[in-house]
Design a protein around this ligand. Sequence first.
Ligand SMILES: Nc1ncnc2c1ncn2[C@@H]1O[C@H](COP(=O)(O)OP(=O)(O)O)[C@@H](O)[C@H]1O
Ligand SMILES: [Mg+2]
Length: 258
Amino acid sequence: MRRVVFNQKGGVGKSTITCNLAAINAVEGRKTLVIDLDIQANSTQYLLGKKVAESEKTIAHFFKDCLSLSLFGGNNSGLENIIVETPFPNLYVIPSHSDLESLQSRLEARMKNFKLREALEKLTGFDDVYLDTPPVLNFYSQSALIAADKCLIPFDCDSFSREALYMLMQTIAEIKADHNQKLDIEGIIVNQFQKQANLPQQLVEALVAEGLPVLGTMISPSVKVRESHSASQPLVHFVPKHKLTDEFKALYAEIHKS
Ligand SMILES: Nc1ncnc2c1ncn2[C@@H]1O[C@H](COP(=O)(O)OP(=O)(O)O)[C@@H](O)[C@H]1O
Ligand SMILES: [Mg+2]
């Protein structure tokens, strides 16, 4: 299964959710690949403890290869050679790189936004792939939405985010209609949900009343998220018995129950 975690708003929890669900998936014994498509490289940092050095393997190498067409045998852009092992069993990452920025306009001009999907279809040996995206609908987030089977949408209980949510659902529907019929919205994940406060409750109730696919498991705010980012250890490894880890496990179970 290929999942993309996307919302064009920054700071809603895309990287946190990508890495923590992927880490739980790996603990469940499934070989898991995270692909970091955000130039900020937060998932890369979270899983590897560093942003990668210039010479190392990154997703930018893959996209550069996509631009260097060989007349003899086409281009040989694959993902196998840029996969990096994390310290956690069964969990692998393709790191992001700042070169993504300068590559973007050429990739767009040459319509390379199906290349990631083609490469993932050829990739063997992984049970599941999680795609982390930048906080904008650009070439890379489009490539991820075209490559994925399911889309998870983090939502941060802010009324501006609610308006943006409708645009986002529209964008995903359009990509599904035009480019990727397999793409389904798996659910909206309410992150940093404050149970005691009125406004977040009302916002979530309104979304549910409008028929939006809000997942039942909501993620609480906790300092453990920041601490686990700093420690470069997903919660299931950093604080295996913490309430927040249980919430992520419950979210994982909810997504996988069907
Ligand atoms: N449930 C949470 N509780 C506390 N802090 C959180 C939570 N989820 C995310 N954060 C913090 O919010 C910030 C943005 O999260 P991040 O996952 O990087 O979002 P995005 O990838 O959408 O930009 C990070 O500093 C992260 O530590
Ligand atoms: Mg992020």
